[in-house]
Design a protein around this ligand. Structure first.
Ligand SMILES: [Zn+2]
Length: 362
């Protein structure tokens, strides 16, 4: 089952009810502009509430409280209502910062570069957190990834015309993909390529990667580590990415659906998770933690015969590339506190309560 509303825990701003939002969209009510955005599943495009484009059916609409949430969900900005253009009264320095991110397609602007332009980095962090529900870095990252994510979301066929997906040209499409994943593998290289597929889950979209009959990647699209993980995979496997489902991706999608429906406790997908000897030891131990149970970082350190290496266990845990299936969410602090989670603590909490027989958030 899909969520129709972005989880409020991911953003700082609560949304009006879906009914109120859909009515605003039908009325093209500009007073809601900036308050929320609508993604249309059938087209992969997101809009402001006031957009004059044809009104989508209610069941095809997904609501977002922030632009970056729509981008991380693989939606592209509508060319008509231009939701990436700021509305409202942002101060001049914010408008300027936003247009710099746009013109350089999500460039990583370092703190010192901001400072050079007379922008206080701490102030920028606060402002973005407050008004966009995320850091300036997360916003920039969403812009870097959005082209590639929308491509994956739509399951774009490399041999087809790009226009269907809202890309102006096939080369535009290839560029968007290449920027994040490198030059795509040709169809002839299917056997050695890393296949990539899009997963919808009740706690946000994920990307799955499979190669040679095994799952090698399962990650939330808005995770900070995502770009690093992709780089690691490319180096480890010396293979190019191909945006196309394979058998393993389809099986992963099926088993994830069953897991979130509370109907599956164990995954049967073949896994491939190369790492340092220590990392592989930790990840293998994670796989032994049963559904519904947790282990502390200390226990894991002891099992992997690395007493005192609690922090090393924690970071190996954080470098896990196959979220949920290799259950790094089942490792918590000795005190019972949640500890960290790369995908965000609210997700860890949701997964643990699902496994303890609870209902999903909503
Ligand atoms: Zn629009």
């Amino acid at each position: 089952m899909l969520m129709t509303t972005t989880d409020p825990r991911t953003t700082s701003r609560p949304l009006p009810t879906p009914r109120v939002m859909y009515n605003a969209v039908v009325r093209q009510d500009a007073s809601y502009d900036g308050l929320f955005y609508t993604g249309v599943r059938t087209t992969g495009i997101f809009c402001r509430p006031s957009c004059r484009a044809r009104k989508p059916k209610r069941e095809n609409v997904e609501f977002f409280s922030a632009v970056a949430d729509a981008l991380f969900a693989g939606y592209r900005a509508c060319l008509r209502c231009k939701p990436l253009h700021t509305v409202g009264a942002h101060p001049a320095w914010v408008k300027d910062l936003l247009s710099r991110v746009e013109s350089r397609e999500g460039a990583r602007l370092k703190d010192f570069e901001l400072a050079q332009d007379g922008i206080d980095p701490a102030g920028a962090r606060r402002y973005f957190q407050e008004h966009f529900g995320m850091t300036f870095q997360a916003y920039s990252r969403s812009r870097r990834l959005s082209g590639a994510l929308s491509q994956l979301r739509l399951g774009f066929d490399l041999d087809n015309t790009a226009a269907d997906a809202g890309f102006e040209s096939l080369s535009g499409f290839r560029d968007a993909f290449s920027k994040v994943f490198g030059e795509p593998a040709g169809k002839a290289d299917r056997a050695t390529a890393i296949h990539l597929g899009w997963m919808e889950t009740p706690i946000g979209p994920m990307i799955a990667g499979a190669r040679n009959g095994a799952l090698i990647l399962l990650e939330f699209t808005n995770r900070r580590m995502m770009e690093t993980q992709i780089e690691t995979l490319r180096k480890r496997f010396k293979a190019a990415f191909l945006p196309e489902d394979d058998k393993v991706i389809r099986q992963t999608r099926r088993e994830l659906d069953e897991y979130f429906a509370g109907k599956r406790r164990d995954f049967t997908i073949p896994l491939d998770y190369p790492g340092t000897p220590f990392e592989t030891r930790v990840w293998t131990e994670l796989l032994k933690i049963p559904y519904g149970q947790t282990r502390s970082y200390e226990e894991l350190a002891e099992i992997t015969s690395s007493r005192g290496a609690v922090r090393a266990v924690g970071s190996a845990n954080g470098r896990n590339r196959i979220a949920i299936v290799i259950p790094c969410h089942r490792v918590v602090n000795k005190s019972g506190a949640l500890g960290g989670y790369g995908g965000g603590l609210w997700r860890k909490q949701t997964l643990l309560s699902l496994e303890q027989g609870g209902e999903l958030g909503r």
